[in-house]
Design a protein around this ligand. Structure first.
Ligand SMILES: NC(=O)c1ccc[n+]([C@@H]2O[C@H](COP(=O)([O-])OP(=O)(O)OC[C@H]3O[C@@H](n4cnc5c(N)ncnc54)[C@H](O)[C@@H]3O)[C@@H](O)[C@H]2O)c1
Ligand SMILES: [Zn+2]
Length: 344
């Protein structure tokens, strides 16, 4: 068959993750970043009420603000529709920009809306959870959940900037810090024994110390994610490694009707994947112990009463499944993972 091949030039989407020492500095930089473009700012109720950026250091007119209800249940079409409607109502055009100020949910929703509004406009990520800072705001994955599974509808569009301020962590509940830690531990297993060991050392301190010091380890996590997504933006190869714990984790979220939050589900998923690997002699049982210990020390709740067969059934809906083959990411050692195909 005759075909015409079109080669698109390599995408040169470069963006900075910038660090800001307080909300005043962040607010001022955000104004500069937006410039004189029209924008819609998306946030959620908790972030709006509990943190002192929006309406304090950064004023947003009411008709340029979309305030979502907190939580995973907002990752749905209706939310996208709501954001897009706000964009039209406020007269945004292709020269406009969306701003996400929130956790992974707000970031994913804003990114998805930005990627389809007038076939795509830029967006800025201002992550307000630890999980958002170290993981969700980097790499451009966006998506909504549906009855068939998690993040099954979405797009990849890189943000034009990621703006980080650790003051957001002051109001973040302990459980949300733990959800972020789960992704940081994942980064360690996937790519850096040193990062894992640094997290282990912090895990032996008391919780007040953990809260006070966890952000010091955030740049290492961000760098791991950055290096992997730079090498493989569209997840053709090594970006899949970041899915360690996620095939099990997404199934756990789905089976719990999203009662178990993403970070905790990933932690449970990492331990399940490690057990699965150890049972097949793909890694030592020591690795499983280290992983369980670090989560226990950080008091990440690993309890899960969902029958394993239900989790496997839900894994059948995963994006990493092609035909009957599901590609799991399994650990070899702390700092190295590999692909492993399973026939369902
Ligand atoms: N796009 C990606 O690459 C990627 C990566 C990892 C996770 N995710 C997605 O991110 C989502 C999880 O993100 P999350 O853990 O940030 O959850 P989240 O966005 O639901 O936020 C967690 C909770 O913290 C509250 N909150 C946020 N910031 C706060 C602050 N500074 N102070 C007080 N409360 C605050 C929120 O209102 C919410 O109740 C999942 O949907 C997951 O699929 C996406
Ligand atoms: Zn994740």
């Amino acid at each position: 068959m005759k075909s015409i091949q079109i080669t698109t030039p390599a995408k040169q989407d470069k963006y900075d993750i910038s660090f800001h020492e307080d909300f005043k500095a962040l607010g001022s930089e955000l104004k500069t970043q937006i410039g004189n473009r029209k924008y819609i700012l998306v946030t959620d109720k908790n972030v709006h009420e509990k943190t002192a950026l929006i309406g304090h250091e950064f004023e947003v007119p009411e008709n340029q603000k979309v305030v979502l209800l907190p939580g995973e249940s907002e990752k749905k079409w209706l939310t996208i529709d709501k954001i897009l409607t706000a964009c039209f109502e406020a007269g945004l055009d292709r020269g406009s920009v969306l701003v996400a100020v929130g956790g992974g949910v707000v970031g994913d929703m804003t990114g998805f809306a930005a990627s389809i509004f007038m076939r795509g406009i830029p967006f800025i990520q201002v992550p307000t959870t630890l999980l958002g800072m170290v993981d969700a705001s980097i790499g451009g994955k966006t998506g909504i959940d549906c009855e068939y599974g998690k993040n099954l509808i979405g797009s990849i569009q890189q943000p034009e900037a990621v703006m980080v301020c650790d003051h957001f962590l002051e109001t973040l509940p302990d459980l949300e810090i733990k959800n972020g830690i789960a992704e940081m531990v994942k980064h360690g297993v996937v790519a850096s024994e040193k990062h894992f060991a640094d997290l282990e050392a912090l895990a032996s301190q008391d919780w007040a110390q953990v809260r006070a010091k966890i952000f010091e380890l955030a740049p290492a996590s961000m760098n791991i994610k950055k290096t992997i997504v730079e090498a493989d933006e569209k997840e053709a190869g090594k970006r899949k490694f970041l899915n360690f714990g996620h095939t099990f984790g997404h199934a756990i979220e789905l089976c719990s009707s999203f009662e178990i939050p993403h970070g905790r589900a990933v932690a449970i998923g990492c331990v399940m994947a490690a057990n699965y690997a150890a049972e097949r002699e793909l890694c030592d049982w020591d690795l499983v112990d280290r992983l369980e210990n670090i989560f226990n020390k950080f008091e990440v709740d690993l309890t899960c009463d969902i029958p394993e067969e239900d989790i496997w059934k839900a894994m059948g809906t995963d994006k990493k499944k092609f035909g009957d083959t599901l590609t799991l990411i399994l650990p070899k050692t702390i700092g190295e993972v590999d692909y492993y195909d399973v026939t369902l």
